[in-house]
Design a protein around this ligand. Structure first.
Ligand SMILES: CCCCC/C=C\C/C=C\C/C=C\C/C=C/CCCC(=O)SCCNC(=O)CCNC(=O)[C@H](O)C(C)(C)COP(=O)(O)OP(=O)(O)OC[C@H]1O[C@@H](n2cnc3c(N)ncnc32)[C@H](O)[C@@H]1OP(=O)(O)O
Length: 170
């Protein structure tokens, strides 16, 4: 439902994981249709230049927000292509108001766009991105991930529950 928190897809994820001490701790919410919103406050550890956010960190926030659209589609997908525009510098301490929406699905390809605004949800756009995510099966992770983490994830009932949530596509 619009406004509902979507939750982390993996508790060690750098973008959304609650147990990841170095992460961005993004918490995405469902929007209207196939869209999501999230907020991210730039910390001193995210600097690229004195007092300014590193562009790669901002792109990570966009990537994660775009990735959360998977929950709305019930499709497991990974980023294949991510094109970004940096329109304004983003100072440390500012909150990036992120929103993302799915624009098209073509077979395994999911097209989406996102932007991050500063100064408020209706403030000026500081960063934006267009993405192509590609649908994958769970085997993408189990075949390619380091065995230690895969084993731990598969032994974690909460993680198994997340993966199961993607088994049925309503
Ligand atoms: C047990 C643990 C389980 C844990 C997970 C559980 C649940 C998670 C579920 C959901 C997640 C929820 C939220 C997710 C949030 C995450 C945000 C972060 C997301 C990331 O940060 S994720 C990391 C970075 N990401 C990668 O690590 C991908 C590396 N990569 C590959 O793994 C392959 O590259 C792959 C799979 C992308 C494609 O490979 P492939 O062999 O399967 O398919 P193929 O190449 O045939 O492409 C099929 C069609 O996409 C077109 N296509 C592909 N790539 C393109 C490109 N770059 N530009 C233009 N078109 C492209 C082709 O042209 C073709 O198009 P066409 O069908 O028209 O010919």
């Amino acid at each position: 439902m619009p406004g509902e928190l979507l939750g982390a897809h993996y508790d060690q994820c750098f973008g959304c994981g609650e147990s990841q001490p170095h992460g961005l701790h993004l918490a995405a919410r469902a929007g209207e249709g196939v869209s999501v919103t999230a907020e991210f406050t730039v910390q001193p550890a995210h600097q690229g230049a004195p007092g300014l956010a590193h562009g790669g960190v901002l792109v990570t926030a966009l990537d994660e927000t775009l990735g959360s659209l998977s929950w709305m589609l019930r499709i497991i997908a990974v980023t294949g292509r991510l094109e970004s525009d940096f329109l304004r510098p983003v100072p440390v301490g500012s909150t990036l108001y992120l929103s993302a929406r799915c624009t098209a699905v073509d077979g395994r390809k999911i097209y989406s766009s996102a932007e991050g605004r500063i100064g408020g949800p209706d403030g000026p756009v500081a960063v934006r991105a267009d993405a192509l995510f590609v649908e994958v099966e769970l085997g993408h992770f189990t075949r390619n991930g380091r065995p230690e983490e895969i084993k731990a994830a598969m032994a974690d009932p909460d993680q198994v529950k997340v993966a199961r949530a993607f088994e049925v596509n309503p």
